[in-house]
Ligand binder design. Structure first.
Ligand SMILES: *[C@@H]1O[C@H](CO)[C@@H](O)[C@H](O)[C@H]1NC(C)=O
Ligand SMILES: *[C@@H]1O[C@H](CO)[C@@H](O)[C@H](O)[C@H]1NC(C)=O
Length: 374
């Protein structure tokens, strides 16, 4: 990204555009359709995922084919809402984000132009692996959506970026809304308009989010601090998340927000060995109807951690002593231990028991393996 105010997308020629669409169609509709076979063994709540399995991969033939086609879906010029949270950042390092929405009660309308493509994600079908090759798996300007009962999907080694980062509601990177058995592994998210991962109001199902890099550095921050606010919003109906080994840095909120007061919602989470770095806001922002075990995470320069479970007395329901969380230059922790939460997690021992890292090793280990091309 060089342009200060609008992404400088390439202008593919018509025949290339057609090839790209053919490729996308192949990924999302037909079988077999994987970019490459996935690496590693799934663990945690999505430990039975196989994705496209050993299906013959289909590869793009040029780097340009990875660059999706803003030119064909076009852009929209309209009025966006500018309010004092998003565009008037006093002395801040960020220009703020404009809101793509139909009301603007507390702000003023401002002319805006955004790409259409990031607002309509690609639909991913069941039994698929979408796997990038080396560091070439970059999807610019388009997210992925798993809905309508889609299951058994692996998304690995893909960098999703440039989804209208200037705009709230500009686009989500990965949406889970009626899905199950999903492994989101070794990806990178950057310059996203809205959420990097979002679930709800439907079921997200069993999901493992591992070894991803959530890079929140942005010139358009809703928090006026150069850091992305909308990191992960997990508010599904009946969801089981393993969130492990991720590098979550330079974000300012919802990192993640988990839970909702929607009464039938039930969310079980094991968050382990994540490295939170430079978070100007909430790391764990936990709402109701949530049962969580948070262990062995490393918080470096994190302002607030709303809810953190303690290790003591956890051995009996869990079958092992969980790893401590460690703080470095971070806000105070309100230590919360709930036997109810521990019992709930203890019922899923096979999904939470594997050899975790000692928390002191988390920053180095995570930086070595999280993100793409690792
Ligand atoms: C933004 O405007 C609202 C009313 O429109 C006001 O209540 C709020 O204090 C303002 N916030 C800042 C940071 O100026
Ligand atoms: C996915 O694979 C399962 C198991 O082989 C099969 O039952 C199901 O029909 C497949 N779904 C689709 C949409 O291909």
């Amino acid at each position: 990204m060089q342009s200060a105010d609008f992404p400088d997308f390439p202008h593919p020629q018509a025949d290339l555009v057609m090839k790209v669409f053919a490729l996308i169609s192949a990924i999302v509709a037909a079988a077999p359709a994987a970019y490459a076979q996935h690496k590693g063994v799934p663990f945690g709540f999505a430990n039975t995922v196989t994705g496209g399995g050993s299906a013959t991969p289909s590869y793009p033939t040029t780097n340009a084919q990875w660059i999706l086609t803003e030119m064909t879906e076009g852009s929209t010029t309209t009025n966006c809402c500018s309010d004092n949270r998003t565009t008037k950042c006093p002395g801040g390092s960020s220009a703020g984000q404009l809101w793509i929405q139909s009301t603007c009660d507390s702000g003023t309308w401002q002319s805006c132009t955004y790409w259409n493509a990031p607002r309509t994600p690609l639909k991913v079908a069941s039994n698929k692996s979408i796997v990038g090759v080396g560091t070439k798996g970059v999807i610019r300007g388009k997210g992925l959506r798993l809905n309508g009962g889609v299951s058994n999907v692996i998304i690995q080694n893909i960098h999703i970026t440039e989804l209208n980062p200037q705009f709230v509601w500009g686009g989500d990177a990965i949406t889970l809304d009626g899905s199950d058995n999903v492994w989101i592994d070794n990806n990178k998210f950057s310059l996203i308009g809205r959420q990097m991962i979002v679930s709800g109001w439907g079921t997200g199902g069993r999901v493992t989010i591992s070894d991803n890099e959530f890079d929140g550095k942005t010139s358009w921050s809703a928090g006026c601090n150069g850091k992305h606010y909308w990191t992960m919003l997990l508010i599904g109906l009946k969801d089981y998340y393993t969130i492990a080994g991720n590098w979550i840095h330079d974000v300012s909120g919802r990192a993640p927000h988990i839970g909702t007061d929607y009464t039938s919602s039930q969310i079980v989470v094991h968050a382990v060995n994540n490295y939170f770095q430079n978070v100007d806001g909430h790391a764990f922002d936990v709402d109701t109807n949530t049962w969580m075990l948070i262990e062995g995470n490393y918080f470096e320069n994190v302002y607030f951690i709303q809810t953190v479970a303690d290790a003591s007395n956890a051995a009996s329901p869990l079958g092992y002593i969980p790893e401590w969380n460690r703080l470095s230059g971070s806000g105070a922790v309100n230590s919360i231990v709930s036997q109810n939460a521990l019992s709930k997690l203890g019922a899923y021992k096979s999904n939470i028991m594997w050899s975790h890292w000692a928390v002191a090793n988390v920053p180095a280990n995570v930086k070595a393996i999280a993100g793409v091309g690792k």
